[in-house]
Ligand binder design. Structure first.
Ligand code: BG6
Length: 477
């Protein structure tokens, strides 16, 4: 579909950027905060790049006012951040920690005072360690009530001033790493346990959305999904089938369940035959159907291309966490699909394909299938940046963001209801497994894996570029 003229971004478009508590806040034990599973996991040798952790991160907890001032200078209309559950409930449940709630009050108030819409993520992976230790976190149904209690506490506290809420961030990516690859806590490799924990997360998500309707009736809520639209490696029927398998198992397994309240049929039948399906109890389907979101949050970085994989073929492999280009092996599920290189696309140094058209394709697929508004809750380029004479000339990031924003505009012209775009990330952040060398921000942070240095904030070239994009509502992208 080629257009002679593109539509403008709508009035009130949420031009933003995003972060997550563990990746920016630091202050890991300040003011009564409890431990999260990541506080514990990163202390174990060999888990992260050079043993990096979020104990200090970029010290946003203490420097949030300076960060919000920079957001205001850039003209940002929205800031997506997450609340740290163990900062609110050090033991996962019980009486809330007032000092933790007060921090987010200060942050939200500073945003609102600067005309920046807060987009609050309820869960970005930092589960209270107490709940992991007590009953295995997402593997036990007790998590559903504890998560609801935590969320309702935030609804009651912030519902009057926060309109946009993100429920679970990348349930698909986080739990795949946690229970299939063994690369996020609790570092398990077991498909049955994976689908079980994932089922509980769906129930927790839907239960909490039902509560949201009562506590924040004017608000909007949706999950953030790590969306890598699938391509077939060729038009050979075997590749087409592998592509269909990948779509069902890597995308629709989550998106259909969020939006339709049911699992995709072929994938469920396969798992039941393999003895890997989650235990679906009476009443679960009603809970899931009651949790339809108001929008879908889209975290888009790349498309993935798939080819057939024999029954004794490759299994799931770890991602590249070093930035050494070309070191990512094929990864897949025997008998279903495996990844293949796409010769039409270039990649980042971490082997992530760069595909703005894939974003347009993905947005259209979601809009047509689910008929919901979409918000891009993450999109960005992780790269090595060089600080030279106090400047960072990140023209490659500007190219990446510009091309993806152009794809957004094309999708809007195609009829997609896109309400916002949150680039990942505002400042540089701790990349969970990749340390501080994989930088995403508009604002450079003076630190590395081994030394927190000055933590000085230095706007990159992309900061000033995005400032211009926002000022003219994307008319030039
Ligand atoms: C998403 C997460 O997976 O992508 C972010 O929601 C993360 O928290 C981002 O930082 C980029 O991934 P990575 O592995 O490059 O940090």
């Amino acid at each position: 579909m080629q257009h002679r003229q593109l539509k403008d971004f709508p009035d009130g478009f949420l031009w933003g950027a995003a972060s997550a508590a563990y990746q920016v806040e630091g202050a890991w034990n300040a003011d009564g905060k409890g431990e999260s599973v990541w506080d514990v996991f990163t202390r174990e040798p060999g888990r992260t790049f050079k043993g990096s952790n979020g104990e200090v991160a970029v010290d946003h907890y203490h420097r949030y006012a300076e960060d919000v001032a920079l957001m205001a200078e850039m003209g940002m209309k929205a800031y997506r951040f997450s609340v740290s559950w163990p900062r609110i409930f050090p033991d996962g449940r019980g009486t809330p920690n007032e000092a933790g709630l007060a921090f987010y009050d200060r942050l939200i108030d500073a945003l609102l005072a600067n005309g920046i819409e807060p987009v609050l993520t309820l869960y970005h992976w930092d589960l209270p360690q107490a709940l992991q230790a007590e009953y295995g976190g997402w593997e036990d149904r007790r998590i559903i009530a504890d998560f609801a209690h935590y969320c309702v506490t935030l609804f009651q506290r912030f519902g009057g001033k926060v309109k946009y809420w993100v429920s679970l961030n990348e349930q698909n990516y986080n739990l795949t790493n946690a229970y299939q690859l063994g690369t996020h806590p609790p570092a398990v490799q077991d498909r049955k346990r994976f689908f079980c924990a994932n089922h509980h997360a769906f129930l927790a998500n839907a239960t909490m959305i039902a509560a949201f309707r009562q506590h924040v009736p004017q608000g909007q809520i949706g999950p953030s999904f790590a969306y890598s639209p699938a391509y077939p490696a060729s038009s050979a029927p075997a590749d087409m089938l592998a592509f269909e398998n990948a779509e069902e198992f890597t995308n629709y397994w989550w998106l259909d369940t969020y939006c339709f309240g049911r699992y995709p049929q072929a994938a469920l039948a396969h798992l039941q035959a393999a003895g890997e399906a989650p235990d679906i109890l009476p009443g679960d389907e009603a809970i899931l159907r009651n949790g339809r979101p108001d929008f879908i949050g889209v975290n888009y970085y790349q498309t993935l291309t798939f080819t057939e994989n024999s029954l004794d073929g490759v299994t799931m492999q770890r991602i590249n966490t070093t930035g050494q280009k070309g070191t990512t092996p094929a990864s897949g599920v025997p008998g279903l699909y495996k990844t293949a290189p796409n010769p039409n696309l270039t990649t980042t140094n971490w082997d992530w394909s760069i595909d703005p058209t894939g974003l347009r394709i993905g947005l259209r697929r979601l809009a047509s299938r689910y008929a919901l508004p979409l918000m891009i809750t993450e999109n960005g380029l992780g790269e090595f940046d060089q600080l030279e004479h106090g400047k960072v000339h990140d023209s490659y990031r500007i190219d990446y963001l510009r091309s993806h924003l152009h794809a957004c505009r094309e999708a809007i012209t195609d009829g997609v209801d896109l309400i916002g775009y949150c680039a990942w990330s505002f400042t540089d952040i701790l990349s969970w497994l990749n340390g501080y060398q994989k930088r995403y921000g508009f604002v450079y942070i003076d630190r590395d894996e081994t030394d927190a240095k000055t933590l000085q904030r230095i706007p990159k070239d992309s900061f000033y570029w995005y400032q211009g994009v926002i000022a003219n509502n994307g008319a030039d992208v």
